[in-house]
Write a protein that binds this ligand. Structure first.
Ligand SMILES: Cc1ncc(COP(=O)(O)O)c(C=O)c1O
Length: 368
């Protein structure tokens, strides 16, 4: 039996009756753009996350893009972020003509190292820097206390990349409510995923929420009246209907991911596999279960032979990517570079069974 990284079909079959009904109702209501499901989903998501506003968008990349635009960031500005993330985090900075500034990560949590942010600001022209984008990588919150303190000291905006952390918290407060914006992705494999593309920003600032609402809808508040150049970046009604069904299960989905991760970690005790490090600040919602190993290729080969999926998030740090490397020649971010050669992620999803976890573990153990 194959074990995929995430089994979307298994989850759909469990929720089929409810999802089918929600989708059919949305079809029958025929209000496909910015309809009642989008509005209700925004209210329900904001309530779940403990924020004032949620604005549903076409995808997570657009969430970052529109958040950056709404913060007034543009050409000549700098935005500090992590080089160990999906390309979208940096792309969104580049879209507006600003420059991503990559600082190194903590080698255990894989998240941006706040002391490196401070170091950059203390040794460069800090007036160019307008924002920090921490990413809550793999579902564990970045260290938000020092990040917020630095942002306050240097008067910087904070835009959280929550694409992998829906429902995860930092010291009891959910991710997405710390800075000016939280940016979420509902890509199908995410902790909260729809059946296509989807995204959302959260904010506690009503003016910023209004700005993003305009930006997602051609710069328009009133139909056919346009005050700024905007975009077509709306979540569609059918995806919103699906997300409303899944949102009700978020606590249980995340608890099951966490439980499965702990089963893995317990089984790897006493081996050469370095299990994910939990910093104790948050409920890790394990969007990914990512281990550090020395002989990655051999383990991947053994898993593949047994029909077990695995993945490397991310094999190439952003400052080494083809698209950026000329701009960052000579930049050495040692922790990121080392970690990107050691990490690999194993299948993790709420419906993964103990037997499947045992199988994955025994193949990994056999190959280390
Ligand atoms: C950390 C991170 N940021 C941003 C994104 C972009 O989200 P989307 O694929 O919905 O555009 C993703 C996921 O794909 C992600 O993992």
């Amino acid at each position: 039996m194959q074990i995929p990284m995430v089994d979307l079909k298994r989850q759909y079959l469990e929720l089929k009756a409810e999802i089918d009904e929600a989708v059919l109702k949305a079809l029958e209501a025929a209000q496909f753009i910015l309809g009642p499901n989008v509005q209700k989903f925004e209210e329900e998501a904001a309530q779940y996350l403990g924020v004032k506003h949620a604005v549903a968008l076409a995808n997570g990349t657009e969430a970052l893009h529109l958040a950056i635009l709404a913060c007034g960031i543009g050409p000549g500005d700098e935005v500090i972020t992590t080089p160990f993330t999906f390309i979208a985090t940096a792309e969104a900075i580049s879209y507006v003509g600003a420059k991503p500034v990559f600082v190194d990560i903590h080698p255990d949590t894989f998240n941006i190292d706040a002391s490196k942010i401070e170091e950059y600001l203390a040794t460069h022209d800090a007036s160019k820097v307008k924002a920090i984008i921490p990413v809550h990588l793999y579902g564990q919150a970045a260290d938000m206390d020092p990040i917020m303190a630095i942002a306050k000291k240097y008067n910087l905006k904070v835009i959280e990349d929550c694409a992998q952390s829906f429902g995860g918290d930092y010291k009891g407060k959910m991710t997405g409510g710390f800075g000016e914006f939280g940016c979420f992705s509902f890509f199908p494999s995410k902790n909260l995923g729809c059946y296509g593309d989807g995204g959302m920003v959260t904010t506690n600032d009503s003016e910023l929420a209004e700005k993003v609402k305009m930006l997602r809808n051609h710069g328009s508040k009133v139909r056919y009246y346009h005050s700024v150049i905007g975009y077509n970046s709306r979540l569609d009604e059918i995806q919103a209907a699906i997300l409303r069904v899944k949102l009700k299960r978020m606590d249980s989905f995340n608890a099951l991911r966490n439980k499965n991760a702990h089963l893995y970690s317990k089984s790897f005790e006493g081996t050469d596999v370095i299990a994910p490090y939990e910093d104790g600040n948050s409920m890790h919602v394990y969007h990914q279960y990512t281990i550090k190993v020395r002989n990655r290729e051999r383990i991947i080969e053994a898993l593949t032979k047994e029909g077990i999926a695995s993945a490397i998030y991310y094999p190439v740090p952003l400052h080494k990517q083809e698209v950026y490397k000329n701009d960052y020649q000579g930049l050495v971010l040692q922790n990121t570079e080392t970690v990107s050669e050691q990490v690999m992620s194993l299948p993790i999803f709420p419906e993964l069974t103990e037997e499947e976890i045992d199988r994955v573990v025994s193949v990994v153990k056999g190959a280390i």
